[in-house]
Every structure is written in structure tokens, then in C-alpha cells.
Design a protein around this ligand. Structure first.
Ligand code: PLP
Length: 215
């Protein structure tokens, strides 16, 4: 949505154009369903507390691009953002919400205004409950992620998004510590979610919630 009023100035506009671009897309990550490598940013913030983090607005992406460019130069696919106040709690990834399979439960950051209320996140939380998993929408610390991967409490991590669909995470790097998950393979739950969600989209699985609209 862009302002179209013929005015120069800093103010909310009175006229807008809302438009939707539709186009075919390839897999979001070059490796397809190969697990992605994620750099945890402890230096930069995507959004401040009290800011526009839950809105899909250009400014949020502008403030994320420097860190993601640096991460990309170092061979990472994306940046994982921590909360901007304590830089301790996991929030979301550059273009995906993030979920963890922790102690057998699906844990994801709560919606407190700083992360996008992703439609794929909602669909995935619905599906995992149907599969019988307990869901915890709670603040997970980066230390829990690191420890959990080492002691086996964290078994899978995956991002969710319209473009990313369900993307397995194979590595987090935080302050020069590498945490590896899944021996280079996507986890079982991650694959089941990917197959179910794309199956619903392609009409191969039952669409119990009427998520698909036929035009
Ligand atoms: C910052 C961010 N978080 C999460 C998402 C996932 O949102 P959705 O599932 O609505 O595509 C996106 C998608 O573009 C995003 O850019």
C-alpha cells in the first residue's frame, strides 16, 4: 500500500493505493528443502519495543537489511532476531516466524507487537495441535536454544512463511558458537508440516478449515 497524495511532507497520507502483485515463484531458499543456516544477531535490531514490528511495513525490512547483508556475505541464509531490549529472547527470522520442537512441544514466540502475526504461523499452529502436539506461545531465550540443541531437548526448528512455507533450520550461529540440528536433514515434524500444508494448497490433502479459495 503506497501513499498517492501529491504532497511532500511527514504525515499520514489521506489517499492510498492498495495493490496485490501475483507472480509465480521458485523455492525461497536456493537449497530448496535443505536445512537453512541462520545467524543470530546480537548487535542489530529489526524493530524497537513499541515500534511497528507486527506490521508488514517497508521500514521493518529496511532496518533489517544491513544485518542480513552481512550474514549473507558470511554464508548464512537469514538472520534470527532477538528482542531489542534484552537481546535475549528469540523473536523471528528475516522473512519467517520461527518454531522449535522443544521437550516434544512446539514452542514459538508470542504475539506481543514485535513480530509479524504470520498467516502461515497460524496455519502451522492449527496443524500441530491436530497432530497432537502441545503448543507453547512463550518467550524462548537464545540460551535455551543453545542448551537445548546440546542436551537433546531441542530436536527441530523450522521457519514458517508464505514464501518460505515450512523451512527446516539446520544451524544457528550465536556469538561464534555453532549449534547444529538434525544432521543436515529436515526433521520429521517439519517434513510432515511441509507436506500437509503444501498438500492442502495443491488439493492433495483434505482442507478441513476452508483455507483454500478457488477463484
Ligand atoms: C518478518 C516476517 N515474519 C514472518 C513472515 C511470515 O508471515 P506469513 O506467514 O504471513 O507470510 C514474513 C513473511 O513475509 C515476514 O516477512
Amino acid at each position: 500500500m503506497i501513499a498517492t497524495e501529491p504532497v511532500l511532507g511527514v504525515k499520514p497520507a489521506d489517499q492510498y493505493l492498495f495493490y496485490i502483485i501475483l507472480s509465480p515463484v521458485a523455492a525461497y531458499y536456493s537449497g530448496g528443502l535443505s536445512p537453512v543456516k541462520i545467524l543470530v544477531s546480537d548487535e542489530y535490531s529489526r524493530v524497537p519495543a513499541g515500534g511497528t514490528g507486527e506490521a508488514k511495513t517497508g521500514g521493518n525490512y529496511a532496518s533489517s537489511l544491513y544485518a542480513s547483508t552481512l550474514a549473507s556475505k558470511e554464508g548464512y541464509d537469514q538472520v534470527l532476531w532477538l528482542d531489542s531490549v534484552e537481546r535475549k529472547y528469540v523473536e523471528e527470522v528475516g522473512s519467517m516466524n520461527i518454531c522449535f520442537l522443544y521437550d516434544g512441544k512446539v514452542v514459538t514466540s508470542p504475539l506481543k507487537g514485535s513480530i509479524l502475526n504470520g498467516i502461515t504461523r497460524r496455519s502451522i499452529l492449527t496443524l500441530v495441535k491436530e497432530f497432537g502436539y502441545e503448543v507453547e506461545e512463550r518467550a524462548l531465550t537464545i540460551d535455551e536454544v543453545l542448551e537445548g540443541a546440546k542436551n537433546g531437548r531441542l530436536t527441530e526448528a523450522f521457519g514458517t512463511g508464505t514464501a518460505a512455507v515450512v523451512s527446516p533450520v539446520g544451524q544457528f550461529t550465536y556469538q561464534d558458537q555453532d549449534v547444529l540440528l538434525g544432521n543436515g536433514n529436515a526433521g520429521e515434524l517439519t517434513m510432515k508440516l511441509y507436506n500437509t500444508l503444501t498438500g492442502i494448497q495443491y488439493g492433495l490433502c483434505e482442507d478441513k478449515h476452508n483455507w483454500v479459495s478457488l477463484l
